[in-house]
Design a protein around this ligand. Structure first.
Ligand SMILES: Cc1cc2nc3c(=O)[nH]c(=O)nc-3n(C[C@H](O)[C@H](O)[C@H](O)COP(=O)(O)OP(=O)(O)OC[C@H]3O[C@@H](n4cnc5c(N)ncnc54)[C@H](O)[C@@H]3O)c2cc1C
Length: 308
């Protein structure tokens, strides 16, 4: 969102991501013929600024309204990406030609220009650096590179920690037994917080479910052998599965959702031409992350105008 905003305002942002594809926690995995959304399941658009983007994405076929509120969830208009949750990010990124499989290992500022160094001795240079990984990862990169943030700012940013989540993905030999509308948030989220049917969501052509753990279970089992993560979640989901399981995989989200938020929708330190954005700033959701990206882009544009 930040790069798109900068690009619309005449800048030429260089977008890098360590992933094989774009989307981050809006993630989809293929398992044979199945496709499984294993990160964010849907997103809201409560803010009118974000809603206007959504209308454009819906018109372009990159997102649609999800009509089916699950029992017990807060009534809200929910959206999903098309054909999967990565659809929105792919649509946004296409004109920006992102550099994928590029993990930033070190960032250096010479007083005028940033150099971002990646694996295999590749580097990129730019006047401003905008970091949007989960905040602890962004701070780890700055710390490892010896970037001197003001002590009070570093302290405030460093207080934000994240909940973990374990996502189990399973293909099924037949349709799931999930009640309408095909996804469920459990009242007691431990060990199992969510069960979702990817076939009924329209993501997968064959039956496949996503199970999300609660944060306590994820914290306790994060580094346990795969079976100790999978078996309790599958057992808890058994009443909703109703078919034999084919392939099963587990993914750990070390930084699933921020436990608290930074006081502003972005962070900017103009002497270093540095900004930070993401869900720790705008709210621990897709919408908040998107709004944070837009805010950071606007601030970068303002500062660079003021200094020229
Ligand atoms: C299991 C789960 C369920 C969720 N459910 C929902 C939901 O239903 N609704 C909702 O609104 N939100 C949900 N969320 C939260 C939502 O996914 C996030 O708030 C949002 O996607 C965050 O976006 P972001 O751009 O801030 O960060 P991310 O999506 O995490 O993007 C950060 C990007 O930075 C890249 N990166 C990190 N380090 C480096 C590096 N060193 N070099 C290069 N690239 C790097 C990563 O590859 C990633 O692509 C869920 C999250 C999880 C994990």
């Amino acid at each position: 969102m930040a790069a798109r905003e900068l690009s619309l305002r005449g800048w030429t942002p260089i977008v890098m991501d360590k992933g094989r594809g774009v989307g981050g926690r809006m993630a989809t995995r293929r398992m044979g013929a199945a496709r499984v959304d294993h990160g964010a399941q849907y997103f809201t658009a409560r803010d009118p600024r974000f809603r206007s983007h959504l209308e454009a994405w819906c018109a372009r076929g990159a997102a649609r309204i999800r009509q089916d509120a699950a029992p017990g969830t807060i009534p809200a208009i929910r959206y999903i990406g098309l054909p999967t949750m990565t659809g929105v990010a792919k649509n946004l990124a296409a004109p920006l030609s992102p550099h994928l499989k590029r993990r930033a290992l070190r960032v250096d500022f010479d007083g005028d220009t940033w150099t971002v160094s990646c694996e295999e001795n590749e580097s990129y240079r730019a006047r401003w650096l905008l970091l949007t990984p989960p905040l602890p990862q962004a701070l780890a990169l700055l710390d490892a590179s010896g970037v001197p943030l003001p002590t009070a700012d570093r302290g405030e940013l460093g207080r934000i920690t994240y909940e973990k989540c374990l996502a189990v993905m399973a293909t099924l030999t037949g349709p799931s037994r999930l009640p309408e509308p095909g996804w469920l948030r459990l009242e007691d989220p431990e060990p199992l917080a969510l069960v979702a049917d990817n076939q009924r969501k329209g993501v997968s052509p064959v039956p496949a479910v996503t199970l999300h753990s609660g944060p306590e279970f994820a914290h306790d089992r994060y580094d346990a052998p795969a079976d100790e993560k999978i078996a309790p979640l599958v057992a808890a989901a058994e009443p909703y599965i109703g078919a034999s399981i084919g392939e099963v995989q587990v993914h750990g989200w070390r930084f699933a959702k921020p436990k608290s938020l930074f006081a502003s929708d972005h962070y900017c330190h103009s002497p270093l031409q540095l900004a930070l954005a993401g869900d720790a700033f705008g709210g621990g959701r897709v919408e908040g992350a998107a709004l944070s990206g837009i805010a950071a882009a606007e601030v970068i544009i303002q500062h660079s105008r003021a200094s020229s």
